[in-house]
Design a protein around this ligand. Structure first.
Ligand code: PLP
Length: 424
């Protein structure tokens, strides 16, 4: 059994200070029936908790850590930047540098705006689309997550596809009404919404690879269909690449699938571990953002020099080392195979979805192509597996409905050790 004495002490104190003792809900470990570990530090592929336990980390801060923790080159640049000042509230050349890098990697980003979280990026992209089209309604997909702004915390009501309801207390029903909910990989559900809301839909937002209900891969014709139907209806297509951006290669999902969205959002990797996110795309849409246009959006710490520095160095390393993607993908495939072996050995059903360095092992016998498939998983079996992995020094997501994140810092030994534990 893991020694967790110090974590338990800190957790007890934290519980009194923060809801659930955490600053973001999934950290609370509620889905896996134990208390969270408090982290002391992290390096490369490892996290170390306050009790001195060491884990191979497959959470990687939920995606930003594609180079592993505390990458020496990134750290060096960040430390240097700190001595020049933490924030100015005035433009810097580094913002140009990061924007140019993003543009180089993702050519659809003709013009962009930096913000501090993925939530802000998606919220602002939707406002930009509404301002540009003069329409109010948007379409999102059940099981896709786009941050916690009011209009995006919405699920399909009981009369699915005709009525939307808030997915969180505190979200006014009148806000939820503006968000129509379709089903991932279900073209008919999208068609129906467009037919019933002619000339009213400002934007369709989608995770090009869904990674917040576990990883769910789009059917071959799904994204091309979304591109076509949005174009036909004068609706702005937004790819939420907060996870897929710079993970499925430097060009993200839009390069992988060869689809050009009107707007895109980036977060996680783009900040190299610091709070940084970006939205942008078509110049004719983006020039409507304040101060040039009438769509208001601002941020005291936006384009922060330290976050910008971490982002620049991270993207430079990724751009200059395409072999890192090859390595991460190969390792991801090895792990995917190991889950299949585990399923067979244990006589349990596991369905693995894998694309590039994104993967999820669902504890279900179903072929997971949408939210219904994902939620057919046996979450109790997942919790048992999570605890088994943790006891064996491997830190995976404390929820079935999250991706497994593999980084460039995971060595062959780390991967082999993980496979050994999985297939024991
Ligand atoms: C994490 C995530 C967000 C929200 O980003 P935050 O920085 O947590 O606000 C939005 N969209 C997707 C696809 C994400 O994975």
């Amino acid at each position: 059994m893991l020694n967790t004495v110090k974590s338990e002490e800190l957790y007890k104190i934290a519980l009194d200070l923060m809801p659930g003792g955490v600053n973001s809900p999934v950290r609370a470990f509620g889905a896996v029936g134990r208390n969270p570990l408090f982290i002391d530090h992290a390096k490369g592929s490892y996290v170390y908790d306050v009790d001195g336990n060491k884990f191979i980390d497959y959470v990687c801060s939920w995606g930003p850590g594609i180079l592993g923790h505390s990458h020496p080159e990134v750290l060096e640049e960040v430390v240097k930047a700190c001595f020049d000042g933490l924030t100015f509230g005035a433009p810097t050349g580094k913002e140009n540098q990061l924007a140019q890098l993003v543009q180089e990697c993702v050519p659809s980003m003709e013009m962009m705006r930096m913000v501090s979280s993925g939530t802000e990026a998606t919220m602002s992209a939707i406002r930009a689309a509404r301002g540009f089209t003069g329409r109010d309604k948007i379409i999102k997909f059940k099981g896709c997550y786009h941050g916690h702004s009011d209009g995006l915390l919405v699920q399909a009501g009981s009369a699915a596809l005709t009525q939307s309801v808030p997915d969180s207390s505190g979200v006014p029903a009148s806000f939820a009404e503006q968000t129509l909910v379709a089903l991932y990989n279900d073209k008919d559900s999208v068609r129906e919404l467009f037919e019933n809301n002619k000339d009213q839909i400002a934007a369709l937002i989608v995770e090009p690879v869904a990674a917040n209900m576990g990883v769910v891969i789009p059917d071959d014709d799904f994204l091309p269909f979304l591109r076509e139907i949005t174009e036909e209806n004068g609706t702005i297509l937004i790819f939420d690449e907060v996870i897929t951006g710079f993970r499925l290669g430097v060009g993200g999902a839009q390069e992988w699938f060869g689809i050009k969205p009107d707007l895109s959002t980036f977060g996680k990797i783009v900040g190299g571990g610091m709070p940084m996110a970006i939205y942008g795309g078509r110049r004719d849409i983006m020039k409507n953002i304040s101060p040039t246009g009438k769509v208001y959006q601002a941020g005291t710490l936006s384009g922060n020099p330290i976050a910008t520095t971490a982002g620049i160095k991270t993207l430079e390393i990724l751009r200059d080392h395409p072999e890192l993607y090859t390595k991460i993908e190969a390792n991801t495939k090895k792990l995917a195979e190991a889950y299949k072996v585990r399923a067979e050995k244990q006589g349990i059903a596991i369905h693995v979805n894998q694309i590039g360095s994104l993967m999820s092992a669902f504890f279900t016998g179903e072929n997971v192509k949408d939210y219904a498939g994902a939620t057919s998983s046996d979450t109790k079996a997942y919790a048992d597996y999570f605890n088994y992995m943790l006891e064996n020094g491997i830190y995976v997501a404390p929820s079935q409905f999250e991706a497994m994140f593999i980084s460039a810092a995971h060595s062959d030994e780390d991967i082999q050790r993980t496979i050994d534990v999985l297939t024991k």
